[in-house]
Design a protein around this ligand. Structure first.
Ligand code: BTX
Length: 326
């Protein structure tokens, strides 16, 4: 698989150009026959390749899949997504990522699947994850931070996914605090941040991302019809999932580096520029009760500030938000 990764990197770097068999065999340190064998393997896996005498090989079409190959070909990050654990079907990518994190895999390891049979949301709610339609993935980070900072990574991830959706589709998503991304007021993305930590130190953060990409309305169960949407429904055409994943990883890597260097403030500014719930009347349902009032903004730590009708400010760490006259 190391050879495969190198080969896909070479194709990534030559972009639309041909890669000669000679060059491949030199860089991979294997015979021309072995090169041909690797190219045949890619064909078997659904890649369309063109071979031209004296010029070499060129990839014409990448299959609409999201296994290692498709994610690696074209990936521009240095650490995020450089290790990919792909399985056709899983219970939940979160569950697998937790085990891998516990086993000590490096930061940036990504778990992806075509289908989740028991995808999870917050508070043990379920996340509907049908086959071949969405992006269901969990990313392992190992920031050197106290556990109280982990929620900031949810907001950071929401910004990265929003930027990636804008870049790949041209759609204009909104973020609803803390973890929903909406398009035309319907939920297209959910984010679930979990961690393994000691009292004062994070061991790993596992960021689960669920993105409805190529769903048509009948892919959703009835109860989600009025609240959920997909990129394809909003755009009117299908979206390349591997490209979306690569874009998310690159935006995440940039924001994460900035965050580790400069703290949450620059991320907060970006987050606010995408947030729809701020400055509006909201209803916040928390585990301890329901609050109603004006969403004033978020604190330096990413906590939501709600001003009730007695002008009293409440700090909300976790809740479901309903926007006033929705
Ligand atoms: P949440 O608790 O904010 O949202 C869950 C709620 O959203 C559900 O109760 C349901 O009403 C609604 N819902 C369920 N499925 C969908 C869907 N496909 N589209 C829109 N709305 C839906 C959000 O939790 C966090 C979701 C994280 C999902 C990722 S997928 C990869 C990773 N693995 C895993 O098991 N979870 C994460």
């Amino acid at each position: 698989t190391e050879i495969r990764k190198k080969l896909l990197r070479m194709f990534t770097e030559t972009e639309d150009d041909f890669l000669s068999g000679q060059k491949i065999s030199e860089e991979l340190g294997c015979s021309r026959t072995a090169v041909w064998k690797h190219i045949e393997d890619l064909r078997q896996e659904g890649f369309e390749l063109e071979a031209v005498r004296r010029k070499g090989y060129r990839i014409k079409k990448i299959p609409d899949k999201i296994s290692h190959n498709e994610i690696t070909l074209g990936l521009k990050t240095t650490s995020l997504g450089r290790q990919v654990h792909f399985k056709e079907s899983v219970t939940s990518t979160q569950k697998i990522a937790h085990q891998l994190a516990y086993d000590g895999v490096p930061e940036g390891t990504l778990v992806v699947s075509e289908e989740q049979t028991t995808g999870r949301g917050r508070l043990n709610r379920s996340w509907h994850s049908p086959k071949y339609t969405g992006v269901w993935m969990s990313l392992i980070l190992r920031p050197n931070l106290p556990p109280a900072k982990a929620p900031q990574l949810t907001l950071l991830t929401a910004v990265a996914i929003t930027q990636a959706i804008e870049e790949v589709t041209g759609l204009r998503p909104d973020i609803k605090w803390p973890n929903d991304i909406l398009i035309n007021k319907k939920k297209a993305v959910g984010i679930l941040t979990e961690m393994q930590a000691e009292a004062d130190k994070i061991n790993s953060v596992i960021i689960g991302m669920g993105i409805n990409v190529n769903h048509q309305i009948d892919h959703f169960p009835k109860e989600l019809h009025s609240i959920a949407t997909s990129l394809s429904i909003e755009l009117g055409k299908t979206v390349n999932r591997a490209e979306l994943i690569q874009s998310i990883l690159l935006h995440l890597e940039n924001l994460y580096e900035r965050y580790l260097q400069h703290g949450f403030y620059p991320i907060k500014l970006l987050w606010e520029s995408y947030a729809i719930s701020i400055g509006k009347r909201i209803i916040a349902r928390t585990i301890t009760g329901t609050l109603e009032g004006l969403a004033k903004g978020i604190t330096e730590d990413g906590i939501l500030m709600l001003e009730d009708d007695q002008n009293c400010i409440h700090y909300i760490h976790s809740a479901d938000i309903q926007i006033g006259n929705d």
